[in-house]
Structure formats: C-alpha cells, structure tokens
Design a protein. Structure first.
Length: 567
C-alpha cells in the first residue's frame, strides 16, 4: 500500500467522531492491507512504531520537527516558525509548505525510514534525525506530510486506541464486534497490537484468539483486583480464598532466561529492566531455565529497616545514577505468582497450584521474597488478617479466589482488595486512578503556580468522561510538578475522545498522558460530570507514572464504588 493511500484513511479518521464509523473505516483499511504490512499500518494509525514494551521513541521535540520542515522545503526556520504559530499544528504547517501532489513511497518504506530515525543515537544523532525526517517529508505528497510531521512528536491524535483496533479486526472479518471479546483476551496475554493484527489477517479471528499464549520477553497484562467492601461478601462471592498482605509498591512482571537475561516490566508494559540491577541476582533464587513471575517491588528504608512508602519506591524509576539509587533505596521483590515455567503456560492453572509451583522453584533471599498467604473460607480470618497487616503498616490485604486462573485485567471477583482508607486521604473505599484532561489558571497565591485546578476523568472504552475538578489537597510542590507535566502536553483543541460538559471546560486542554491517584470522601450523583457521578472533596494522592491512561479507573468501577459506599 502506498503511504498516500494510508493518508486518505487517516484524513477520514481525523474527520470522524463516531466510534462505530471509525471502526468501519479501520476495518476497510485492514481489508485492503497485505499480511506483511498490516502490523506497520496499525502502529502508524496509532501514531507509533512498536508496542510499548519495546521502548522505541523518537526523542524529537516540536522545535526539531520545525527544523526538519524548514530543511525539507528549503525555507528559513523563522518563516516556518511564523507559519507554525498561525497554524498551531506541525502537520498543518508541513502540509501548507509541501508542493508534491503525488508520492510513490510505500507504507513499509516510510515506516522503515521512521524506524531508522527513532533508532539513531549517540553523537550527531539530532542532526541525523532532522535530516532523516526532512528526507521523508521531501518525498511525501501534501496530505501525507501532514500526518508524517505529527508522528515523531506523538501528535497524530485520531482519538482511538488499541481497543478500537481490536473492534475493527473483528469487523474486518465478521462485520460486527462479535470477535472482539476473544481478541481482547488474546491481546491481554500478548499485548502487541501489530503482531495480533498480523495473526488475525493470516489465520482469522478464531484461530488468532485461541493460538496465542504467553511469550518470554513480552509482558502479559497484569491481573488486577476488584473491590468488595466486606469479608462476608468476599466469601459469598468467591468461596475458598487466599489472603495476602497488600504492599504499596511497584508492580513488576519479571521474565527470566537462565544465563542470558532478566527483564522487568511495569503494569503499563514499560521495560524497566535497566533500573533494577538487583535482578541480576535472580539466578541465585530460582530453579528453572525460563520463568515469568508476578511481583510487587517495595523499597526498604535502611535506617528503620521498614518498607518504604510508594513515593520513595518510585524514586528507583530513574535512568541516571542507577547504582547509587540502588544503594540508597534497596528493593525487595515480593513474588506472589508464576505464569510460565520452562515452556509451560501456567495461566490456566488454579491459583493454589501456581503457588505450589512457585514454592518449588523460588528460594527466598534478601532481595527476593515469596509473599505469605493463608487459605480460608472464614470471614473472621479475613478480618483478622486485615487488622494484622494494617497494624504492620501495610496498605491492607489482597483476597484471591483459590481456584482462579490468571486472567489479565480486572475481571469479576477473582482478586479483590481491602485497603486502609480511614486516613487523611479520604473515606471512600478505594482511590481512583484518573486521567488529567486539562487545567485552569490559578488565582491569588496559585497564580505563581499557573494551575488553580485540574479536570480529571475516568475511562469508558476509548472515551474519557469527566468525574471531578481538583483544586485542593495539593502541596505547593505538587502544584509546581503538575504545571511542569501539563505544560508539555497542552493541545490547541479538545481531543475528540474527551466527553466533557461545556460548563466544565478548562482554560487549557492536555493530551491524555498524566494519570493521578485521587482520594475522596464519597461519590455523589452529578448532572454535570459526564460519568454521571462526582467525587466529593477530591485530593491528589500520587502521580501514577506506573499506569497508562488505558489502565485508568473505568465508568463501571465508579458505579461499583458508588454502590459499595451505600452498603
């Protein structure tokens, strides 16, 4: 397929707001694609080159793309900057300067050239990236230039994510979404939307959904916990359960290949292997050739010898002075599950069976611990374990159905959590992970911060629905950090995936990048917030850099929390 043909579809997608119409347009595009190119087409319509876990990024700022545009069209940089200021968009700037009516470059050729730009590193890499992008733009037709200029800075913004791609793959074959559920399950086990698209294109939906299993080195989406308020209800809905301490740390999925490598992935699929040199010692703790383990990494306070809080643990997620950071904040990996061992997929095994296997293959060391648990069908035991772990300074407990398989995502009452919430952070039965949609300027003292309040939302498929405005409960330092983060992602217009009542529009819209953990006293019914509910007395607890917008709290979960508080 020529890139110019792909651009025609990108234009249709850009001008379409209906979710079902977007799905149909994508399905038509995928039908026209060849099996060897569909993965690249899928990545490109999402504005990227590879799945998240491969950590392939352009490292190009707007000003460098402007330099590439100036070079491509032989214009002075100041002239290009002036046009950019008028247009407010890199793509429209490039399109206005391009004179090519046609282009013969294929999707694969443009993709490979963009990949070359992303992979360039070292001395002189900035100039090489600018030259490479200028070359692509020079050969592109006018419309293609619009979209090519946006991709390196993550501003394609067509208003959909992997979920809509999955619906389109089902629609491509069935003319409906009947295959989506099975494909979602396959995607959660192997979250590479390009690879999944290739398998569907060659094998069909059904075979793709049933043939995919965990692959060493590719992160599985983690299993997540739901919420149930009482121990009695837990037993009624789950039967026999295990009860474990809940640590306030960083979720880490560990992939191990003996004598070769150890990889670590966060819950939002980022590869953070280089940040944890402790993992090099995993070979001393395991008796297997290949493993996929699930764990919670928690920092250790060397002075008190107690587990550190979440913010301290998160300081280990840095790219510089890794050795110094490891000495300052040593980690303990609390391992609680095994998904794969020596070529065997264990995800469908009962949890207690997986635990028995874990005990056999992992020996505890100073760094690697096996999370303790008790098995019970007695609500009083659950309550006793909860009190015990709270008194130990932990977050609460995890309660897991004893015979459950490992099911990625949050699916029913397989795993549930009970957390301490009667602290300053609020009285709601749990916190919410919300996406920041925009912010308004401050007044009085907050004028100096540039942020008076921010608009937060929860997820409904590929749409974000507002749930609260937050303007209190932040320290001066948090206000400053919020301004720094949000200024980088300001958008000229409201992203089309945002569902917000006009009375709640902020002064500035931002791209859906920042995830925040919010606490509140309770949830009330709201006629203004599009989720239908609002948080009362919301407060910022943490910036959740370990979570992606796709992992934000859902509308369904908000409704569930509202019901829980009524019990």
């Amino acid at each position: 397929m020529k890139f110019s043909s792909l651009s025609q579809y990108l234009l249709k997608l850009e001008n379409t707001s209906s979710r079902i119409e977007i799905t149909k347009i994508l399905a038509e595009l995928f039908k026209l694609s060849q099996p060897e190119e569909i993965d690249k087409i899928v990545y490109l319509v999402l504005g990227k080159l590879a799945p998240t876990y491969k950590s392939i990024v352009f490292n190009l700022a707007d000003k460098l793309v402007l330099q590439a545009i100036a070079k491509a069209y032989e214009k002075k940089l100041e002239e290009v900057k002036k046009i950019y200021k008028q247009k407010g968009d890199l793509g429209n700037t490039a399109e206005s300067l391009s004179k090519n009516s046609t282009s013969t470059d294929s999707v694969e050729k443009v993709y490979e050239m963009l990949m070359d730009i992303a992979k360039v590193g070292g001395e002189g890499s900035v100039e090489s990236k600018i030259d490479g992008l200028a070359s692509i733009l020079q050969n592109a037709d006018t419309l293609s230039a619009r979209f090519i200029a946006r991709i390196p800075v993550g501003k394609l913004r067509l208003g959909f994510s992997d979920k809509t791609i999955i619906d389109a793959l089902s629609w491509m074959e069935n003319n409906d979404k009947s295959g989506s559920k099975a494909l979602v399950r396959a995607y959660e086990v192997l979250p590479d939307i390009g690879l999944l698209s290739s398998v569907v294109r060659t094998k069909g939906v059904q075979k793709a959904a049933t043939s995919i299993g965990p692959v060493l080195g590719v992160p599985v989406m983690p299993m997540l916990a739901s919420r149930i308020k009482s121990a009695q209800e837990m037993i009624e809905k789950m039967g026999e359960v295990t009860v474990e301490p809940k640590y306030d740390g960083l979720r880490v999925l560990i992939h191990y290949k003996k004598c070769k490598w150890v990889k670590a992935f966060t819950r939002n699929l980022n590869d953070i292997s280089q940040m944890f040199p402790e993992l090099d010692k995993l070979n001393l703790a395991v008796n297997a050739q290949e493993l996929i383990l699930d764990s919670e990494a928690v920092g250790l306070d060397e002075t008190t010898k107690k587990l550190a809080d979440f913010q301290t643990t998160m300081q280990r997620r840095r790219k510089h002075d890794i050795e110094g950071s490891a000495l300052k904040i040593p980690l303990i990996f609390n391992i609680f599950d095994v998904l794969y061992v020596d070529g065997k997929n264990l995800m469908d095994e009962a949890y207690l069976n997986r635990r028995k296997i874990l005990q056999k293959i992992v020996s505890e060391t100073k760094i690697f611990k096996i999370t303790p648990f008790v098995v019970t069908s007695d609500p009083k035991i659950i309550e006793g374990e909860y009190k015990k772990h709270i008194n130990q300074g932990l977050e609460g407990i995890m309660v897991k159905k004893a015979n459950t398989a490992y099911v990625p995502g949050r699916t029913g009452y397989r795993w549930v959590k009970m957390k301490e919430t009667e602290k300053a952070m609020g009285k709601l039965s749990d916190t919410l992970d919300c996406v920041v949609l925009g912010f308004s300027s401050g007044q009085g003292k907050r004028t100096a911060f540039g942020v008076g309040q921010f608009l937060a939302a929860v997820r409904d498929g590929d749409t974000y629905k507002s749930v609260t405005k937050v303007g209190t409960g932040l320290t001066d330092e948090q206000f400053r950090e919020l301004k720094t983060r949000l200024t980088k992602i300001i958008t000229k217009e409201k992203p089309k995936e945002y569902d917000v009542h006009k009375d709640l529009f902020p002064d500035f819209w931002v791209s859906p990048k920042v995830v925040v953990e919010l606490a509140a006293d309770d949830i009330t019914v709201s006629p203004k917030h599009t989720v239908g509910y609002a948080l009362r007395f919301p407060r910022l607890v943490n910036f959740r850099d370990d979570k992606s917008p796709e992992q934000a709290t859902t509308v369904k979960e908000v409704k569930n929390l509202y019901k829980l508080q009524k019990k």
